[in-house]
Design a protein around this ligand. Structure first.
Ligand code: F6P
Length: 326
């Protein structure tokens, strides 16, 4: 028989992402609306192990929908991947009479949730929250839209100075294993080339591309995903400028500004919907899965499938960039 859920707990884990607060607000308010108690767990899985539980009420999440970061704080927990850490976490959930858990995060968060859920037959539902957007089963993970808009805003500014000085810029964006930030923001900022971990990077081909543009360009911008197999922006710039003299090249690493700031309208609405649906999923007896939105419809994807990021970029978008950057 399906267990009746009376109390849920919620944590955010992995890299923070703008919109996580909107998801927290939605989870808390939806749960309270359905007469469930909600506990927040501070610092992700580490807080679960260290017993950092806080009571969340409707008022606890007032005035946070517009704030970046996560009021629950976050961490990447190595301890949660140990038997000892999981045991402590499970005992704390029992101690606080928590029947089910909602985790907001990305790849690592869901891998942990899968192992823990299987080991203790515990109900967990995940909400996709990662600026990298490298999860299967949702069009938009929380934070991605804000992050790409931050990148576009920054590259637009870089373009102004690049144009004024006739310079070549290498701009490094986040994405340790995924080039989705690079691809979208590169297209939107009119980049001359985008280097991503999912597509092979050949420095000679890049140089040919830079040389063979059909008209004289006064600025050129290369977007480099930090996880590109040929290296980060500094390394790639070095390789290019060693082979071809005469470029007045500069490098900008955008870094953690991509993870901060007020979430966009898209991220706030998406996060609100995902939070709302995650609570309904638990009430309806679902577990071991991530809730997502695909083509405007709610979909559920098993954790093990959600983390299978397909190492392939949309070839039509890649081709389009080549055509449009002539
Ligand atoms: O997982 C999101 C992400 O922003 C990656 O793109 C990036 O490589 C990583 O987090 C950086 O993590 P940290 O904040 O631990 O340096």
């Amino acid at each position: 028989m399906q267990k009746v859920i009376k109390k849920i707990a919620l944590l955010t884990s992995g890299g923070d992402a703008p919109g996580m607060n909107a998801a927290i607000r939605a989870v808390v308010r939806t749960a309270i609306y359905h007469d469930l108690e909600v506990a927040g767990i501070m610092h992700g899985y580490d807080g679960l192990i260290n017993d950092e539980f806080v009571k969340l009420q409707a008022v606890s999440v007032a005035n946070i929908i517009q704030r970046g970061g996560t009021i629950l704080k976050t961490a990447r927990s190595a301890r949660f991947m140990t038997d000892e850490g999981m045991e402590l976490a499970f005992n704390n959930l029992k101690k606080h009479n928590v029947d089910a858990l909602i985790t907001v995060g990305g790849d690592g968060t869901f891998r942990g949730a899968k192992v823990f859920g299987d080991k203790y037959k515990y109900s967990i539902v995940g909400i996709p929250g990662t600026i990298d957007n490298d999860l299967v089963g949702t069009d938009l993970a929380i934070g991605y839209d804000t992050a790409i808009n931050t990148v576009v805003d920054a590259v637009d500014k870089i373009r102004d100075t690049a144009e004024s000085h006739d310079r070549l810029f290498f701009v490094e964006v986040m994405g340790r294993d995924a080039g989705l930030i690079a691809l979208r923001s590169g297209i939107a900022a009119g980049a001359e080339a985008i280097l991503m971990p999912e597509t092979p990077t050949n420095i000679d081909v890049l140089i040919d591309k830079l040389k063979n543009v059909k008209r004289k360009k006064s600025s050129k911008i290369i977007i480099v995903a930090e996880g590109d197999e040929a290296g980060g922006a500094f390394e790639i710039a070095k390789k290019v400028t060693e082979k071809v003299k005469g470029y007045d090249a500069r490098i900008t690493v955008l870094g953690h500004i991509q993870r901060g700031g007020a979430p966009t309208c898209m991220d706030r609405v998406n996060a609100s919907r995902l939070g709302y649906e995650a609570v309904l999923a638990l009430i309806n007896g679902k577990r071991d899965l991530m809730v997502g939105i695909v083509n405007k419809k709610v979909e559920y994807t098993l954790f093990e499938n959600a983390v299978k990021h397909i190492q392939k970029m949309d070839p039509e978008l890649v081709k389009m960039l080549e055509v449009l950057s002539l």
